[in-house]
Ligand binder design. Structure first.
Ligand code: ZN
Ligand code: ZN
Length: 376
C-alpha cells in the first residue's frame, strides 16, 4: 500500500513549499543510501520519500494528488510503478546532492529510447449517463513528434553527429561534492540528454526538442456501469516518446456526479418515496422515479414505514455485462401536518374506530426496527 505523501514527509496538507523542501532535506539526509549502506528497508523508504517530494513539490502534480489521490498520479506518470521509473526522481536527487539517483543505488543509466510520459485527464458525467454509457470529448495537452524533423531534432537535410561531450555514450562521469563527501557518479550527458547524438543545426519548428506541444481532443467511450473514480486507459495516446519509443498512455479518470434522487449501492439504486398515511392504509399507485423516467408502482394496502419495494432490473448495469441491478424503493409513510377543521373531525372519528385488530402491526420488535433504521 502506498502511504499518504503528506504523512511520508510529515507535513500538514496545507504546508508551504519551503516547509516541504525542508522536511525532504532533513529526511533525505537520514535515509541517504551512503549513510545506510545496503539496507533494503532504508532504500525503500528513501524511494518513497523521493516520490512524495516529487509530487508535493510540483504544483500540478500536487493538485492532481489532492484531487484524485495516488490513483490520479498513476495516470500522470508520477506515482509508484510509473513508466518513467526513476527518471524524474533522478532530477530531484541531482538538485539536492549533485549526482544521479540511479547511480547512488547502483542502477543502470538511462540511455536508449525513452517511452513518452503518461497523462491524466478528468471527466464528469451524470449517473444516468453512467447507466447508459456515453461518448465524451476530452481535451488535453501532449507532446507530439515534430513533423518537420520527424522527432530527430535536426533541421531537415543537416547532419546529426556523435555527441562530443560524452563520445556517444549518453553519460558522463563526474566527481560531485556532497554533504557526505566526494562521490563519482555517472550522470546523463547534459549536451545530448542521453541520446549520444546531437543535431548540428537544430530544427526551427521545435527548437531542437524533436517535439511540439499540442492540444488534442479525443472522443472517449465510457462504458455503461462505470463507477465514480474509475479510470480508462488509452494506450499510446499521451506524450510522444523518443523516435523509436512508444507514446505514453492517457488515463481518463471518470467522476460520476451524485444524483439527488438515487443512492448507488454497487449495482443497485435506492430511492425513497413519500406515501401519506391514509394512502398507505388504503393502498395506492405512485409514480416512482427510475433512471428511465417515472414508473407507475402499486403500493399495497397496509404498507408500513420503511418497507422496501424492489423494481427488478431498474438499477445500474454491470460494467462487464450481465444482469442489471435493482431499484429499491423505500416507502416513507408521512403523517399529514396542518390539518384543517374537516380533516381533524374526520380523523377523530376514524381514530375512535381503531381497535386492537388494526391499531398496530403484529410484527415483532426487531422486524419493525429493521424497517425503520435508515441505511444512509
Ligand atoms: Zn523539429
Ligand atoms: Zn552527449
Amino acid at each position: 500500500m502506498t502511504r499518504d505523501y503528506y504523512e511520508v514527509l510529515g507535513v500538514p496538507r496545507d504546508a508551504q513549499d519551503g516547509q516541504i523542501k525542508k522536511a525532504f532535506r532533513r529526511l533525505a539526509r537520514e535515509l541517504h543510501p551512503d549513510q545506510n549502506q545496503g539496507d533494503p528497508e532504508t532504500e525503500e523508504r528513501f524511494k518513497e520519500l523521493a516520490q512524495a517530494y516529487e509530487v508535493l513539490s510540483d504544483p500540478d502534480k500536487r493538485r492532481t494528488y489532492d484531487t484524485y489521490g495516488h490513483e490520479g498520479l498513476r495516470g500522470a506518470g508520477a506515482g509508484p510503478g510509473a513508466a518513467n521509473g526513476f527518471g524524474s526522481m533522478s532530477d530531484i536527487f541531482s538538485a539536492f546532492f549533485g549526482g544521479g539517483f540511479e547511480s547512488a543505488f547502483g542502477g543502470g543509466g538511462r540511455g536508449g529510447p525513452t517511452a513518452g510520459a503518461d497523462a491524466a485527464v478528468g471527466v464528469e458525467i451524470d449517473l444516468a449517463e453512467a447507466a447508459t454509457g456515453i461518448t465524451v470529448d476530452v481535451s488535453f495537452e501532449a507532446d507530439a513528434r515534430c513533423e518537420t524533423c520527424n522527432g530527430n531534432a535536426a533541421r531537415p537535410g543537416t547532419p546529426i553527429v556523435t555527441c562530443e561531450r560524452c563520445g556517444g555514450a549518453g553519460q558522463v562521469q563526474s566527481v560531485a561534492r556532497t554533504p557526505f563527501g566526494q562521490m563519482v557518479r555517472a550522470t546523463v550527458c547534459d549536451v545530448c540528454e542521453g541520446a549520444g547524438r546531437v543535431p548540428q543545426e537544430p530544427c526551427d519548428t521545435c527548437d531542437g526538442r524533436g517535439m511540439v506541444r499540442e492540444t488534442r481532443t479525443l472522443a472517449v467511450d465510457i462504458p455503461a456501469g462505470i463507477e465514480d473514480g474509475q479510470r480508462i486507459r488509452l494506450s499510446g495516446r499521451a506524450h510522444a516518446g523518443s523516435p523509436a519509443a512508444p507514446a505514453g498512455d492517457l488515463y481518463v479518470i471518470v467522476q460520476v456526479r451524485a444524483d439527488e434522487r438515487f443512492l448507488r449501492e454497487g449495482d443497485n439504486l435506492v430511492t425513497v418515496v413519500d406515501v401519506p398515511a391514509p394512502l398507505a392504509a388504503l393502498g395506492t399507485t405512485l409514480d416512482v422515479p427510475t433512471l428511465d423516467g417515472g414508473v407507475a408502482t402499486a403500493i399495497a394496502p397496509g404498507t408500513q414505514p420503511g418497507e422496501i419495494l424492489t423494481l427488478s432490473g431498474q438499477g445500474m448495469p454491470r460494467l462487464r455485462g450481465g444482469r442489471r441491478g435493482d431499484l429499491q424503493v423505500v416507502v416513507n409513510v408521512t403523517i399529514p401536518r396542518h390539518l384543517d377543521r374537516d380533516q381533524r373531525e374526520l380523523l377523530e372519528r376514524f381514530a375512535e374506530t381503531l381497535h386492537d385488530g388494526n391499531r398496530g402491526t403484529e410484527d415483532g420488535m426487531l422486524a419493525k426496527l429493521r424497517r425503520l433504521v435508515t441505511r444512509a
